[in-house]
Write a protein that binds this ligand. Structure first.
Ligand code: NAD
Length: 331
């Protein structure tokens, strides 16, 4: 099959080409993000392969279908950027990578937590300038602290298990509680209790209309003063302007994010010679107790290999007319 791969970086080309070696599909790589302005590039390709910030809204899907596309293959887990209802109406199938490495994201969340708590980002800069003073670098023991996990699915459970290993008390909230979480030795709590008790809150639920700005001025006001917030899930879970106010007042003790609501205009490219015009993002970067990584939590060799192999396998299933193991449908 002919597959148009959007937002294709060097590593996408390398790992997708390797995964496709025996499958023999025709891969056409495009640097461009999929959107209304670029959708014409997909014409004549039966499948498009897209990533987290590609836009597959109703207008783009309509243009894809008109150009002969029949399959949208997301090379990621989240699918908040695809209008599934419109895809179904147009007869387009949508697949994603349901499971790759939950360890990649959970371990990155732990890395962010350790860095923001022990001020590793500041220490790194200081010691390179031969400044070995410790003032301002004090953290706290994770041992004995209460960690809240919001979204106790695959990644949330791996994160919970690691935090239990640190000697933390782990509480969680999920719309659909699971025995996998409690079997680890963690317990479920109501959202209000999570805010009041947690020293650390880590977000691992999907972005849906229901979870949009799940962290907002109201929930932040109810949080334990000085709590740390970690977000490796989706930027839209956090009202960034409310988080900035909470950082300014000290209500939020630190923020470490791998995702940002307006990241589509920023992430996955080198903007080091560009003036960033997003003032909210620039304000975030000005805090000493904020760390931002550019949506790299998934970025391990194991994860990318599985993502690319699963994507090529899904295209193979579609080409062979087989049931699609990783299909997502509008609920
Ligand atoms: P998963 O489906 O295994 O787990 C998600 C959990 O969230 C489920 O248990 C589900 O019941 C729960 N949930 C759904 N709606 C909820 C709600 N309204 N409130 C609370 N919980 C709710 O998914 P996963 O593999 O653990 O991935 C979680 C998220 O991580 C993905 O949706 C994606 O947004 C994000 N992610 C980020 C990266 C990255 O590189 N930063 C990589 C992969 C995934």
């Amino acid at each position: 099959m002919k597959i148009a791969v959007f937002s294709a970086k060097r590593y996408d080309r390398q790992f997708l080409t390797a995964a496709n070696a025996t499958a023999g599909h025709q891969l056409r790589f495009f640097d461009e993000l999929l959107c209304e302005d670029t959708v014409s590039l997909a014409a004549g390709n039966e499948a498009v392969c897209i990533f987290v910030n590609d836009k597959a809204d109703a207008a783009v899907l309509k243009a894809l279908a008109a150009g002969g596309t029949r399959l949208v293959a997301l090379r990621c887990t989240g699918f908040n950027n695809v209008d599934l209802k419109a895809a179904a109406e147009l007869g387009l199938k949508v697949v994603r990578v349901v499971t790759y490495s939950p360890y990649s994201v959970a371990e990155h969340a732990v890395a962010l937590l350790q860095a923001i708590n022990r001020k590793i980002h500041r220490a790194y800069n200081r010691t390179r300038d031969s400044n070995f003073a410790l003032d301002g670098l004090m953290g706290f023991d994770l041992h004995g602290k209460t960690v809240a996990v919001v979204g106790t699915g695959k990644i949330g459970c791996v994160f919970a298990r690691i935090m239990l290993g640190f000697g933390c008390r782990v509480i969680g909230y999920d719309k659909y509680p699971s025995d996998n979480f409690t079997a680890l030795g963690a317990t479920y709590a109501q959202p209000g209790e999570i805010g009041a008790k947690a020293d650390i809150i880590s977000l691992h639920c999907p972005l849906t209309p229901e979870t949009h700005h799940i962290v907002n001025a109201e929930t932040l006001a109810r949080a334990k003063p000085g709590a740390l917030l970690i977000n490796t899930s989706r930027g839209g879970l956090v009202d960034t302007e409310a988080a900035i106010e909470a950082l300014k007042s000290g209500q939020l003790g630190g923020l470490a994010i791998d995702v940002y609501e307006q990241e589509a205009d920023l992430f996955f490219r080198d903007l080091s010679s560009t003036v960033i015009t997003d003032d909210v993002f620039q304000r975030l970067l000005s805090f000493p107790n904020v760390i931002v990584t550019g949506h790299q939590a998934f970025f391990t060799e194991e994860a990318i290999t599985t993502i690319c192999e699963t994507t090529i396998a899904s295209v193979g299933e579609f080409a062979a007319g087989l049931p699609l193991s990783n299909e997502i449908k509008a609920s």
